[in-house]
Design a protein. Sequence first.
Length: 403
Amino acid sequence: MKHLVFAVFTLLLLMPTALAQENAEPIEPKDAEMVNPEAHISWPPPVYVVRDNVDIRGTVTLAAMRNFFIEFRPLMLGMMDDEEDENPWFPGTLPRIEAVADDILGSWNTVTLRDGLYELRLTVNTGGAEPEHYRVSPIRVENAAPAFMAEEQVAAVDEPEAPAEDQAPEPIVEPAAEPEPAPTEDPRPHVVATVNSNVRAGDSTLYAVIGHLLEGDSALIKGVSSYGTGWYYIELANGRSGFIYPHIVTTRGDLGNLPRINPPPLPPTPIPVPTAVPQPQTGADLVFHSVRVDPHPADCNETYRIDVTVRNAGSGPATSGGNILVSDRGVNGTAQAQTTNIAFGPLAPGHTQQVFGHLTPTLHYDTIHHITLQLDSNNQVAETNEGNNFHADAPYYMARGSC
């Protein structure tokens, strides 16, 4: 029976893939020669089933890289080339600015997606006219398992022969159960993972992963981050120590006298080495010249000021102004964010303009927050490069303050 269920499940899994190969373009990349060893996704591969949170692995080591991120969209079978261009991509991860070599590029959360076929795309902005892309297709999202896979496995039980009518059944004497010893609770402070969790070298997702805790695993707490982020410094079973996010674990034991641990400095961003002479631009190209947030970090219900200097790095004028969308988002499991807009005016080639705005965060205190800025968010200015209009400020821990 188990072999039959497995065969049916395999056939149902591969049928949509076969249809996709008849009605859509071949799976990308088509051959090994198309893979850029300095910008590609190595996991998951095409024709793979994923669910929940998926770690996207790969490599981004282009010398001129400014930032990169992962996008996704539903796979529309039988779609023409011009129709495919109208099928929008959605952000799967936040942009990153540090190089990654055969490691985790980001985590894609598929919990809220409908089950079906999708495409993944790695986008690398290099400052040139067009960003680098790498696509993986198809990927099947399947958070809800088919009904036949949830079939209960009932063990067969031999029934005793019925006793003769003139023969009384023998009484069944069950042995007395021995009392189980009560478990002893470890009095030392420790964490228990509520989900499969990464352990990192520092108290932020910008640090490298140095280990893991599976759901239900525990680890001793050796301290807490001295930066006020709340990340616990734990010791793994293999003897290595690192930081873990406080909202994906439960704690036990006395946490009153935990020592404060200084996280290591973030690894430096690699300095890009130019490999080719850039082509001259013939139009406007708006970029962030500088961004300053004060106070940073801010407490809940405390107004902070965002000072921005916009520069026209192109050779043509920006004949109209636009808006800068500022977003402050907590990472406590909700996608809700607070935003404000900052207006800027026209800019001649090579000129800069200083503008500012204010934002008062009042949602999701006692958690990590990210501040992101989108330049020309309404696409009012025609630019030669639309891929360099994003800025992510350093994440901060927002205390409760007066909320």
